[in-house]
Design a protein. Structure first.
Length: 254
């Protein structure tokens, strides 16, 4: 059963790779079928088995021999582990299913933002209502908040989006240029719907610490200030999601 759950998650990861490539370009994720970006040859089913096909093909297209990006097996591996993790915690349940798709949205947003500086609305605006509707079954909200879970989820969306929006406004005043895109505002609203207002505040303050290392790396190696912020909001969200009980104890109760 464990192997089956992992394979299911990895297979969804294969679809996430399609989303990462096509959604920022506003292309259909259904048509045309999966094909090599270089030679456009349709990928047969036996060349589309998650992780396994990448290894068998030695990271090269069967037809034109162009190199296949490491992104593909990495996303598939992470997706398989995500579903396996939630299965181990929540079993076969709607909670495991919804939380898996929440993290899948974070994965798509992360890779899309790194590659194109865009976070697809299909992720942010698509998962936002799901986060709100799922609030009544969300064990994280139930554990952290004593109020109505829908209220906690709604406040999380509002507080998260407002903090990023105000950061962008103040940054534009201070630096005389765009400091935060509106895609980050929508993305933070979606995360807040799943985490609630307390955890989204933690998410906001923790994300810069993850961004700092990458920012220094870009500054030293490329001498630029390029810093897509969505990936670090996503990484912080995962960190908060896993360690929220300890973080709340440190930041709110001590």
């Amino acid at each position: 059963m464990t192997l089956l759950i992992f394979f299911l998650g990895a297979s969804l990861g294969s679809f996430l790779n399609v989303c990462i490539l096509r959604l920022p370009r506003e292309e259909s994720v259904v048509q045309p079928p999966s094909h090599c970006p270089k030679c456009k040859h349709k990928i047969r089913w036996f060349d589309n088995i998650p992780i396994f096909s990448f290894l068998v093909l030695r990271a090269k297209c069967r037809y034109c021999r162009v190199k296949i990006s490491m992104q593909y097996p990495v996303v598939e591996l992470i997706s398989g582990l995500v579903m396996l993790y939630f299965y181990s915690v929540y079993g076969i349940s709607i909670t495991a299913f919804i939380f898996s798709f929440f993290l899948y949205g974070l994965i798509v947003a992360t890779f899309s933002d790194f590659q194109t500086r865009l976070i697809p609305d299909e992720v942010s605006l698509g998962l936002l209502p799901i986060g709100l509707m799922f609030s009544f079954f969300n064990p994280v909200l139930d554990s952290v908040y004593s109020s109505n879970p829908l209220v906690a989820s709604f406040l999380g969306a509002v507080v998260g989006s407002l903090m990023i929006y105000l950061t962008g406004v103040l940054g534009k005043i201070a630096f005389k240029k765009e400091a935060m895109g509106f895609g980050d505002v929508k993305f933070m609203a979606m995360i807040g719907a799943f985490l609630g207002w307390k955890l989204i505040i933690l998410n906001y303050f923790i994300a810069p610490f993850f961004a700092l290392g990458y920012g220094l790396y870009r500054k030293i190696k490329y001498k630029d200030n390029y810093l897509p912020y969505g990936p670090f909001l996503a990484i912080a969200a995962i960190f908060v999601f896993i360690f929220y009980d300890k973080l709340l104890e440190i930041f709110f109760y001590l």
